[in-house]
Write a protein that binds this ligand. Structure first.
Ligand code: GUN
Length: 332
């Protein structure tokens, strides 16, 4: 097994460990994500005056990272150990390499310890499962991720299910997905948790609202639908739309909150949006000129929506931050 690179960020404290509980992050109706601070209050005021609000995912992510950093400093000041996230990277996919590097950098910026385990794509499934087993047993690691996609000769589901649920800070393990769907404390995958956090922090009313979700992926559409119908923050009436849905445009038009995670540039056009709707764009696509764009025709929809997320700068910046959030919860 070739391990091409191991990186461990310096630990900013002694090895004195916190008592680790098998407790995961809860659906964020409690804790940091629902603590409305002065800045959130200020935003609330400005919403009432304005008719249109652009959600600033970059600023929100920066604020949460500052909160996480302060929390880590407090843990360390009390004699605890900084959270330790490990990331497993297989092969040399450019996107994955960048993504994992950014995760490691974000860890370091928040005072975490981080370990990157990088392997050539010749690693066998058995060898990778042995790496997962080792990380499961390593008490110095609070949580870890195996960056996807994996090479075709490796069964991603098998690898995902080999990760201990209490270390699965990606929230991909069926135990975490199942617990989240019945409202139990669980790690929630980063993109849905990021969207939920943005909606909460921007004081978006969800109770009794009609939510349409475009896309039914295991990572975004399905968990998002579960979160939006929970009795905690959520309480919405949820419709999930996909490639075989009938009357898709009409269903979207009825939505008070429209979440587009379909992976198709400018799929959502202005005629599909109810005036005053909240529009959340999860898409990360390239248009014909190679420019980053979402699933929503932003220029046409921005004047019609009451709240909208831009691409870039909306949902995207929240995802790595939510991974850090899960890792802090993994220590607790
Ligand atoms: N590949 C793309 N997004 C993700 C993610 O959030 N987690 C993992 N493990 N792999 C990914």
């Amino acid at each position: 097994m070739e391990q091409s690179h191991v990186h461990t960020a310096p630990l900013p404290c002694g090895e004195q460990g916190l008592q680790k509980k098998h407790q995961c992050a809860s659906v964020p109706c409690e804790g940091r994500t629902s603590q409305f601070d002065a800045r959130t209050e200020a935003r609330r005021g400005s919403f009432n005056k304005k008719t249109m609000q652009i959600i600033d995912g970059k600023a929100t992510a920066a604020q949460i990272k500052a909160e996480i950093k302060a929390e880590v400093e407090a843990i360390v000041a009390q004699g605890g150990r900084a959270p330790h996230l490990a990331a497993v990277l297989v092969g040399h996919d450019g996107g994955s390499e960048t993504y994992v590097r950014n995760k490691v950098l974000a860890c370091e910026a928040c005072g975490f310890q981080s370990t990157l385990l990088a392997f050539e794509d010749t690693i066998t499934e058995e060898e990778l499962l042995a790496v997962v087993d080792k990380l499961n047993k390593d008490e110095a690691i609070d949580g870890f991720i195996v960056q996807l996609p994996l090479p075709r000769h490796i069964d991603e589901q098998k690898v995902t299910e080999a990760i201990l649920p209490e270390k699965d800070v990606d929230g991909f393990h069926p135990v975490n997905v199942g617990r989240m769907s019945i409202g139990l404390p669980a790690f929630i995958s980063a993109t849905p948790l990021g969207i939920l956090t943005l909606l909460q922090r921007y004081n978006i009313e969800t109770r009794g609202k009609k939510v349409a979700i475009l896309g039914r992926s295991n990572i975004v559409g399905k968990p998002m639908s579960m979160l939006m119908m929970q009795k905690q923050y959520g309480d919405s009436t949820v419709t999930v739309l996909h490639s075989h849905s009938q009357n898709l445009a009409e269903e979207c038009r009825q939505a008070d909150i429209l979440i587009a995670a379909i992976g198709s540039p400018a799929f959502v056009t202005a005629d599909m949006v109810k005036p005053g709707a909240v529009v959340i764009d999860v898409g990360i696509n390239r248009d014909e000129n190679g420019k980053l764009c979402g699933d929503v025709d932003y220029a046409a929809i921005e004047p019609k929506a009451s709240v909208i997320t831009p691409v870039p700068g909306g949902v995207g910046p929240m995802t790595i931050t939510m991974l850090l959030e899960n890792t802090v919860r993994a220590v607790e």
